[in-house]
Ligand binder design. Structure first.
Ligand code: FBP
Length: 552
């Protein structure tokens, strides 16, 4: 494989561990804190997790390692969407596994959770691991979205574990994967398999965080990558002075990515889904807000701008959710075939009009035709509209264009409006991890092995105090069940990790809220530039503005 100069250089990078993990495995001792309780629904969750509920929080410290010696055979999987730093979690885990005893084994199960079920694996060695140090991507073993959640699957995993003599499984994933990690840990404990299960918090979406987990890995690098691109677009907009750029950024549901990019780049507009839901905003009100900025800037002679649109926005618009619900009903069963048999859009439109309530139809009618058609084309295997595929950046720019045309007629707008559209998502998920993600991920992996060595199961590898230099980071673990509450999923009550949405009374949103009226009119852009891997620490090692604001 041909190597770029940066890839070669990154192989040599030594990720920084928290101070307490730096003296070597023999000098890491454990300190147990207080027993934990789940964040809600304690009695129900305790009953569901009799073997793993209520365990103590754990911190590692410098001191004599008292773990009972034992040969370790650890399996690891990557689960869900790619996030920069995943390779380093595996590298940190491998280094700790081998530093303890070179006869210990680390197996990587390929293609996500399905690799564990299909027993598709490789055994890591030094040469293999060295080719992935400090690199982006999940290609070391691949990832997948199969959910590991049924008894049948757990039985198969138990057999696979027995075959290899696995002592532990590390699951690197988001809220769903770590929820399932806790359920698997409980199963393994209840069946006396001796297999421990440890999770690591991953997702670029940033929605796996709580009082214990300060940030999920990958969020730092992905938002830095998008912010670089948005900053470049801002500078282009400010140079050419002729386009409004509508930039959709990833984040399946929560708007953390959009908010962080806005804090980094100070665009004219950034929509926040959680605010839209809280204020019950309509599509038309959102378009009004953007059109108002366009008109005010045009009055100053600035016929250009940048608007950030979070990927998950439309699901937060109450009237849009109602419309989607009705479309899903309308096309249930045989109706899909009937609808598909209609040959012209006019016939299809008449079918839709006859099937939707007046309320839903009034929302449908304000959508540009391209989006109307998209709602009926892009369906998932259950026949439901795939909301994530809706081109919301085009939806809002088309709606703004219509509003501006009306404002022109009314004499309240005299500018020119020409839009460009972008979607930044996959571009950020496999970037070379920033120094922060390289260090954090390596620490998460190394630390996961310390939890294994000290016999813990059903824990999430936890590294905190992350707004400080790595030397001051704190390594430990938290029972996953502490993060659980009961939620209704597919018609059933399930214990799950609560998804972290943007908090409207949190410091990052407040900071944005105080400044956005000025940013909407002025050209207050900031240009973060590319991620820097080498140079002064204040340029290369800083993490997100979100974390800095949250930690004060
Ligand atoms: P995870 O939650 O699995 O980390 O994935 C997040 C994400 O990148 C979202 O931002 C995006 O909506 C989705 O994955 C895209 O998924 P896919 O890779 O399957 O297209």
């Amino acid at each position: 494989m041909a190597l770029s100069p940066l890839q070669k250089a990154r192989y040599e990078y030594s990720p920084k561990l928290p101070g307490m993990l730096r003296n070597g495995i023999a000098d890491i001792c454990v300190k147990e804190g207080a027993p934990t309780q789940s964040v809600a629904d304690q009695d129900r969750i305790k009953a569901l997790f009799p073997n793993t509920y209520g365990k103590k929080e754990v911190t590692f410290e410098k001191g004599k390692n008292t773990a009972a010696p034992k040969k370790q055979v650890v399996g690891v999987i990557l689960s869900g969407g790619q996030a920069p730093g995943g390779h380093n979690v595996i590298c940190g885990l491998y280094d700790a596994v081998k530093a303890t005893d070179k006869d210990n084994v680390l197996l990587g199960f390929k293609g996500g959770p399905s690799g564990l079920i299909e027993d598709d694996y490789i055994e890591f060695d030094d040469a293999f691991i060295d080719a992935y140090r400090n690199t982006g991507g999940f290609d070391i073993i691949g990832s997948g979205r199969t959910k590991l959640e049924t008894e049948e699957q757990f039985e198969i995993v138990t057999k696979v574990a027995e075959k290899h003599g696995l002592t532990a499984i590390v699951i690197i994933g988001g809220d769903d994967s770590n929820t399932n990690a806790a359920v698997l840990a409980e199963y393994m404990a209840a069946h006396n398999t001796g297999v421990q299960v440890i999770g690591c918090p991953k997702t670029i979406d940033g929605d796996l965080k709580n009082e214990d987990i300060e940030i999920s890995f990958g969020f730092d690098t992905a938002t830095k990558t998008y912010s670089e691109l948005i900053g470049n677009i801002e500078r282009d907009a400010n140079s050419a002075k002729k386009y409004w750029h509508f930039v959709k950024v990833m984040g399946r549901s929560a708007s953390h990515v959009a908010l962080e990019c806005a804090l980094e780049t100070q665009p004219n507009i950034c929509l926040i889904g959680e605010e839209v839901a809280a204020k019950k905003m309509s599509l038309s009100q959102i378009a009004d807000q953007i059109a108002d900025s366009v008109a005010k800037r045009a009055a100053n002679g600035d016929n250009f701008g940048v608007a950030i649109i979070p990927e998950g926005i439309v699901e937060f618009v109450p009237e849009f959710s109602m419309l989607i619900g009705e479309i899903n009903e309308l096309l249930a069963g045989e109706n899909t075939a009937k609808f598909n048999a209609l040959s012209t859009w006019e016939d299809k439109y008449a079918f839709i009009k006859a099937g939707l309530t007046d309320e839903a139809m009034s929302v449908f009618e304000v959508l540009p035709q391209g989006i109307q058609q998209q709602l009926f084309l892009e369906r998932d295997p259950h026949g439901n509209v795939q909301v994530s595929l809706i081109e919301s950046e085009k939806l809002f720019s088309a709606m703004v264009k219509e509003k501006l045309a009306k404002m022109k007629e009314a004499g309240t707008y005299k500018g020119k409006f020409s839009a460009q559209h972008h979607f930044f998502g996959y571009e950020g998920r496999c970037a070379f991890p920033s120094n922060f993600d390289a260090d954090y991920c390596y620490s998460l992996g190394y630390n996961a092995f310390m939890l294994i060595q000290y016999g813990y199961t059903g824990y999430l590898s936890k590294v905190s105090n992350l707004s400080k230099p790595a030397e001051e980071w704190i390594a430990g673990g938290m029972p996953i069940s502490k993060m659980f509450n009961m939620e209704r999923r597919n018609g059933k009550d399930k214990p799950v990790i609560r998804k972290a949405l943007v908090e409207l009374d949190g410091k990052p949103f407040k900071y944005f809220e105080e400044r956005r009226a000025a940013w909407a009119v002025e050209t207050a852009y900031t240009y973060p530039g590319a991620i820097q891997y080498y140079g002064p620490s204040e340029v290369c090692d800083i993490t997100t503005k979100t974390l800095a604001l949250e930690k004060g």
